[in-house]
Design a binder for this molecule. Structure first.
Ligand code: AMP
Length: 161
């Protein structure tokens, strides 16, 4: 929610930060709330996680919780495509790291709102890591759009929750 303090519009839900001070850290989903799979998991497990959570893709981490890639339903289904049918039995033989997408953008917690906005133009979510690739969370396009909506109401001097 937005409030006026000494003539300046601030956000009381983000420790009274002004808009220009909002960072990726303020908007991201923290790692403990993010569903993920591990590099050595079979694709069968990854598909189960994706179907159960309803997400189209999730981050892939190694055993030290460093980000290694992203795996999505379409990559997995592509691996099951046989000549005449889906060969789902193959999913237990292939590990996530063999087929995951490793060419992915990343953000850092200190990046600004506009850095985050640019990053999610082409992806529904972008992973947030520290300097050693340890996974901190994800920034979703939804979070950026919600903030953009708030910015719109801010510009019209309306309070919106
Ligand atoms: P949303 O903005 O909630 O529609 O999420 C967009 C995409 O971000 C989802 O399809 C997932 O790939 C990913 N995502 C969002 N929230 C989570 C979460 N808690 N755990 C893992 N992935 C997530």
């Amino acid at each position: 929610m937005f409030i006026f303090i000494k003539g300046e519009l601030k956000m009381d839900s983000m420790e009274d930060k002004t808009m220009s001070q909002v960072t990726v850290k303020d908007l991201m989903i923290p790692s403990e709330k993010v569903a993920h799979v591990q590099t050595n998991n079979p694709l069968e497990h990854a598909l189960l996680v994706l179907v159960k959570t309803g997400y189209s893709a999730v981050p892939v981490l190694n055993s030290s919780y460093q980000l290694k890639g992203i795996i999505g339903k379409s990559i997995i289904l592509n691996e099951t495509l046989g000549l005449e049918r889906f060969e789902f039995e193959r999913l237990s033989e292939i590990t996530v790291e063999e087929v995951m997408d490793t060419d992915i953008p990343v953000l850092h917690e200190h990046h600004s709102y506009i850095d985050g906005l640019k990053a999610v133009i082409n992806d529904p979510f972008v992973c947030v890591v520290d300097n050693e690739q340890y996974f901190d969370g994800i920034l979703t396009r939804r979070a950026i759009l919600k903030q953009a909506r708030n910015n719109y109401y801010l510009a019209n001097q309306t309070t919106y929750q």
